[in-house]
Design a binder for this molecule. Structure first.
Ligand SMILES: [Ca+2]
Length: 324
């Protein structure tokens, strides 16, 4: 029978298997965001992953644009087909006036065609993000250029801080925790030199990643099930051994009582007969020789037949039992 403790252990192992299965799931990531120095003589372009095809799910791209100088701003012309779900932004583009925590210049969830956004200073921060559901969202493309502004801005104020000791700087100047390296998620939101680069010796497709994840999850579950089976089998064996030991001890005790009772009866009948023969009685009641006191071990069989008394056989007892 399974004890409550065993059931608790099995439940905990099952939950652990589920967690491990989820942890072994490798998520896909897209290559997209970057850092650009905006030039005065030409325009640049940024696009959603896999453009001009539809962008994939779980995309995260972050671009940081820097104007040519203090008297320049960044101008972005955006065309986008986003997606809403239950009224909220599911896939969207976010533009900020500097860094990640700078004031918001605009959030685009729906259709936008040649929307123009201009920075107030020298930096512009842009993030495109898609969720895990493929819907109506399709593509994002934008051109950026330098926009001359005669009023210089404070070029010494960075839109981002220097990365801390436990962080690394992504190619797009974002800071990400070192623990985010090679965890299957694109935390930097950039390409080339980001947190998920050079994590695998083999380039594997998303289908193979899913296959590996499922196989790892199933293998983990089977290992836990085997471990639980071994624990349960060991407990059952211990219970069977204990039960057998108790039964043997009970049988031994009952047999010993029967023998003791029969032997007492035999001694009583012998005393009655010997009372008529004092010499024989004295001889039998005399202390045993020294050698007899040293007798130990099992008395396998003893057959006694006093005069005028039925034969009596004693088996399986020890000399110690007789003395007692
Ligand atoms: Ca990561």
């Amino acid at each position: 029978m399974k004890s409550a403790r065993d059931e608790g252990v099995s439940s905990s192992l099952f939950v652990l298997a589920i967690i491990l299965s989820l942890l072994t799931t490798v998520s896909g990531f897209s290559e997209c965001g970057d850092y650009y120095d905006v030039r005065t003589d030409t325009t640049g372009q940024i696009t959603s992953p896999e453009y001009p095809s539809m962008y994939p799910t779980y995309s995260k791209c972050i671009w940081l644009l820097r104007s040519p100088g203090d008297d320049y701003r960044v101008r972005l012309t955006l065309t986008y087909q986003g997606e809403r779900y239950n009224g909220s932004c599911a896939d969207y583009v976010e533009v900020r006036d500097g860094g990640q925590y700078a004031p918001l210049l605009g959030t685009f969830c729906d259709t936008a065609t040649n929307e123009v956004v201009t920075s107030g200073y020298v930096y512009m921060w842009i993030m495109f993000k898609s969720d895990g559901i493929t819907g109506s969202g399709s593509v994002m493309t934008a051109t950026f250029s330098a926009y001359y502004n005669a009023t210089p801005s404070d070029n010494t104020t960075k839109p981002f801080s220097d990365c801390r000791s436990y962080e690394f700087e992504c190619r797009n100047k974002m800071c990400a925790s070192l623990s985010y390296r090679c965890d299957g998620w694109n935390d930097c939101g950039c390409k080339n030199g980001c947190d998920e680069d050079e994590c695998y010796s083999l380039k594997i497709t998303k289908g193979v990643q899913i296959g590996i994840s499922v196989a790892a999850g199933v293998a983990t579950f089977l290992l836990v099930a085997l471990f639980s089976f071994i624990i349960e089998g060991r407990n059952s064996w211990s219970s069977a051994v204990s039960e057998a030991t108790r039964e043997r001890e009970t049988r031994d005790l009952a047999r010993r009582r029967r023998v003791t009772k029969a032997f007492s009866k035999f001694i009583g009948s012998t005393d009655n007969r010997l009372s008529q023969d004092n010499s024989t009685a004295n001889a039998l009641r005399a202390p045993p020789p020294a050698a007899a006191n040293k007798l130990t071990g099992p008395l396998v069989s003893l057959t006694v037949q006093p005069q005028n008394a039925p034969a009596f056989k004693v088996t399986d007892m020890t000399v110690t039992d007789i003395d007692a």
